[in-house]
Each structure stands twice: as structure tokens, then as C-alpha cells.
Ligand binder design. Structure first.
Ligand code: AQP
Length: 326
């Protein structure tokens, strides 16, 4: 059975990009694959969150993943900081990666890599991510398109390490969905929808009320030529709405474009389709919110299972580089 691993940061409210780009595919994967899903709280520290807020977000995100359909009986769901091997292997991989290749990461550059006060954690983030993946000997990593470059780096580090020290790591493949891989901001359709970039009208959160969803879709930026066509380059706003409708209805954005003449109709159907997907998810979320002890118990069990896999890989890597086992 192929093993999949993916992670998500508790760095803000989950949005449709996280859902269509990643989480929904995780739910599908768990029935046929050996699935590990990780709430990457150590990565969230790169945003220097308020401590109470980080704790709250970690529980909220876990509840949302459960509400979205991650089943702890099928998947191993855990918090990254509960498995110390992530940080231990990250150091070994930092001694494998080069300054030049980390400096070229576009996410680092986008998040302020050129500033004098940039934190080292933001710079080394992709190495910790490589550690998250390689520890589990994952075959596949289901992610959105924005993570493609980080996945390439993970593969490169695994190959470099294996060439030098022997076959320690499986070299994983990214699996990127055909539709929903890059959900764009509704107000700035040239940039991706994001948790940490403030764009209240441009981002649809998984917990947004139906009236908010309707308002945001209605106000979504389009263009003036009044023709519904799927053309992400020339008509990014309309292409984004078509992609969202396609993702929500399992359709094809190019085919859907032929059924619409007016932007208003496309917007109405898009918001209705999104509300239909999000309402049941929100109801399940409320149930988990009422029982945080259950959520913590799921994370505890998940961490035990994750540790049993991660510690074996870490021990092999540590031995390979010449560290003495305790
Ligand atoms: N706009 C997006 N479209 C499709 N997929 C997306 N993902 C993120 N944004 C989009 C996918 O969601 C998964 C989890 O992402 P993350 O929490 O690790 O952080 P990120 O990729 O940096 O996403 P955000 O929302 O922009 O968070 P912040 O603002 O905190 O950095 C990943 O698989 C990602 O591809």
C-alpha cells in the first residue's frame, strides 16, 4: 500500500485553497493508502504567533480536519511537535542543504526573504518540511501547486543524502490535483488565496457563514469584457470562479464556461455550490468543538503511531552520518 504524508499549518483559518488544494484529497487518499497527516505547529512558529492563539489554532485545525472527513481510524493524524524526530532529522538535513538552494525558494522570497530582519526559521522552513516527509518514507505527498518547489527540494535532499550515505530515504512524489491546485484570492486573482496574507474579502474560510460566502463571491473581482471564458492569464477572476465551481461540483472549468453567459449567474451558482459543501462540514466541526478532550485524545494516539515510524527512520539516518545511538 502506498504511503502518503502531508501537513498543514495552524497559522490561521483554513480557506478553500487549503481545502481543494490539499485536505479534500487527503480524505480521498485515506481509504486506499497508508495515510499520515500532520498539523505542522513548528512551521507556524515562523509567523511568531501569540502562544495562546497557536494552541487554539492547533486544536481548531485538528477539529476542522476531522470535520472535513479525516478519519483517525484510517489515518494517522498528529501534531508535528509531538514527534521530536522532525527537529532531529531537520538538523541533519540542514547539513545536507545549501544556502543557495534555500535562498532560491519563492515562498521564502514572497514572505520577506529580502528583509534584514527575516527569521532563520523562515529560511530553513523547507528543510523542516523535507524532514516531515522523509521520516515517514512517504511515496506520495498530496499538496497544492504552491508546494511544488519545496517538494523538489525534498527529493533533491533525499537523493543527495542517499548518494552519500546509502539508501536511507524513499524519494517521494508530489501529487497535485487537476482542479483546485491553485485557488486564487477573490480580490487579487493574480495571487493565491492565503491564510496569513490579510485579504478579508478575497479569502473564503471554511467556517464562513453562507451570507459571507455569498457576499465575497458577489464582490469577487472580474473584468469588463462580459464573456465567460476559462482563461487564467487574461481573465484570472472569472477563471478562478470557474475553477471553484468545478472543484465544488467535480466538473471541468472549461466545460462549465460554456454554460454561462452572465457573470451574475456564474457567481450565484458558485456561491450556492460552495455553501452546499461547507454547511455539512461546519455542522460536524461544531460537534468536535464541543469535545476538545476527544480531539486531544486523537492527537495523542496519532503521535504514538507517528513516533513509532519516525524514530526508526531517524535512527537509520543518524547512524548513517556517524552519530552514536544513545
Ligand atoms: N491557494 C491555494 N490553492 C491551493 N492549495 C493551497 N494550499 C495553500 N494555499 C492554497 C495548500 O494547502 C496545504 C496547506 O498549506 P500550509 O498550511 O502548509 O501553508 P501554505 O501552503 O503556505 O498555505 P497558506 O494558506 O498560504 O498559509 P500561510 O499563509 O500560513 O503560508 C498545502 O498543501 C498547500 O499547497
Amino acid at each position: 500500500m502506498a504511503r502518503v504524508l502531508s501537513g498543514i499549518q495552524p497559522s490561521g483559518d483554513l480557506h478553500l485553497g487549503n481545502y481543494f488544494g490539499a485536505v479534500r484529497n487527503w480524505v480521498n487518499d485515506q481509504t486506499t493508502k497508508d495515510a499520515f497527516f500532520c498539523v505542522v505547529d513548528l512551521h507556524a512558529l515562523t509567523n511568531t504567533p501569540d502562544p495562546e492563539e497557536l494552541r487554539r489554532q492547533s486544536i481548531q485545525l485538528t477539529s476542522l480536519l476531522l470535520a472535513a472527513g479525516i478519519d483517525p481510524l484510517q489515518s494517522t493524524l498528529f501534531l508535528q511537535s509531538h514527534v521530536p524526530s522532525h527537529q532531529q532529522l531537520a538538523w541533519i538535513l540542514e547539513c545536507t542543504a545549501t544556502y543557495g538552494e534555500l535562498r532560491r525558494m519563492t515562498q521564502f522570497k514572497d514572505k520577506g526573504g529580502d528583509q534584514e530582519t527575516v527569521r532563520v526559521g523562515l529560511f530553513t522552513y523547507p528543510v523542516l518540511m523535507a524532514s516531515d516527509i522523509l521520516l515517514y518514507q512517504a511515496d506520495e505527498v498530496p499538496v497544492g501547486d504552491d508546494q511544488r518547489q519545496h517538494l523538489e527540494l525534498t527529493r533533491e535532499l533525499a537523493q543527495r543524502f542517499n548518494n552519500r550515505y546509502g539508501q536511507i530515504f524513499k524519494v517521494p512524489n508530489a501529487t497535485i490535483p487537476a482542479v483546485g491546485a491553485r485557488v486564487m484570492d477573490l480580490q487579487h486573482p493574480e495571487r493565491k488565496m492565503s491564510k496569513s496574507v490579510a485579504s478579508p474579502l478575497g479569502t473564503i474560510g471554511l467556517l464562513d457563514a453562507p451570507s459571507e460566502i455569498e457576499k465575497k463571491v458577489k464582490k469577487a473581482v472580474t473584468d469588463t469584457d462580459d464573456m465567460v471564458r476559462f482563461d487564467p492569464q487574461l481573465k484570472p477572476g472569472i477563471a478562478n470562479l470557474l475553477s471553484l465551481l468545478a472543484a465544488a461540483t467535480d466538473g471541468d472549468p472549461k466545460v462549465l464556461a460554456d454554460s454561462y453567459q452572465r457573470y451574475g449567474d456564474l457567481k450565484r451558482d458558485t456561491s450556492e455550490a460552495l455553501v452546499a459543501i461547507l454547511t455539512p462540514l461546519q455542522e460536524r466541526y461544531e460537534e468536535f468543538q464541543r469535545d476538545p478532550a476527544q480531539v486531544l485524545a486523537i492527537l495523542k494516539l496519532g503521535a504514538e503511531k507517528a513516533r513509532s515510524v519516525a524514530e526508526v527512520t531517524y535512527a537509520s539516518a543518524a547512524d548513517a552520518v556517524g552519530l552514536i545511538a544513545p
